[in-house]
Design a protein around this ligand. Structure first.
Ligand code: SF4
Length: 253
């Protein structure tokens, strides 16, 4: 998405080069830890460090993105690309939209292959921690892609909403298929089966709303957690933890 491709691109755009930030607390959340309640032991932190180093070598983050004009919109419905997306309260949450963008994000299959091998070797704690690293990595990738779209849209005098995915916030998982019609994952090697499960497993789809009047009243929250380096539109300070901020110029599209 460097340079010319727009957030309104009707052609599928493949993005790579995302420098992922795999957050320790997020990984531990996947392990069942409650933030500010459960304190990991030194052994757990050492295991996390081992899994993180392994995971960082194995991830291959890639995103495919495609947008389409909105054909119709009501309180709980968006019509796009011949599909009807039934998303509770989306009219109130996102306001008037000109388009929506669909994305498929994956960190590839090398992590799950290694997790399977570790299970077979009975290295269960490392297998489970590496699996959580993979889950946190793909979440981080989806966040980074949402941030990049937000920044690019503002350069085009548009707004991009927060992301939502089938299976969350009351949006039926079965509509994964409709989202797939808008943006198929095949250009980055992701497939969807009849039960709406993706391969590789560490993959996420999401939808964003786009428009000059799209409701983005969460900018202060969004900017506070957004790592987009040198964003001219930033409304709140960037996070201060040690991971690298995202320089959008390294992301290829
Ligand atoms: S800093 Fe704020 S305005 Fe800039 S890309 Fe991030 S969320 Fe969007």
């Amino acid at each position: 998405m460097t340079g010319s491709p727009s957030v309104l691109s009707s052609l599928a755009v493949v993005l790579d080069g995302f420098p992922l930030r795999i957050d320790r607390d997020e990984v531990l959340r996947f392990q069942g830890y409650k933030r500010d309640v459960d304190v990991p032991t030194a052994d757990v932190l050492a295991l996390f460090g081992e899994a993180l180093a392994l995971g960082e070598r194995l991830v291959r983050p890639r995103v495919v993105y495609r947008a389409a004009p909105v054909d119709g919109q009501s309180e709980d419905l968006i019509e796009v690309a011949g599909e009807s997306l039934h998303i509770p309260a989306i009219g109130r949450l996102w306001g008037s939209l000109e388009a929506v963008g669909g994305a498929v994000c994956t960190v590839g299959d090398a992590i799950e292959t290694r997790v399977r091998a570790l299970f077979e070797e009975r290295e269960l704690p490392l297998a489970m921690m590496l699996d959580s690293v993979g889950s946190a990595a793909v979440e981080s990738l989806a966040e980074a892609a949402n941030d990049l779209l937000c920044q690019r849209a503002l350069e085009e005098s548009l707004r991009v909403t927060n992301r939502i995915s089938p299976g969350y916030a009351g949006w039926d998982t079965a509509e994964q298929r409709a989202l797939w019609t808008l943006c198929p994952g095949e250009p980055i090697g992701v497939t969807l089966n009849d039960a709406c499960f993706m391969t590789p497993v560490k993959s996420i789809t999401f939808l964003v709303g786009i428009g000059s009047e799209a409701r983005v009243d969460h900018y202060f929250t969004q900017c506070r957690r957004c790592w987009m380096r040198d964003c001219a539109y930033r409304r709140a300070p960037a996070p201060t933890a040690s991971r690298n901020p995202i320089d959008s110029s390294v992301i290829n599209g």
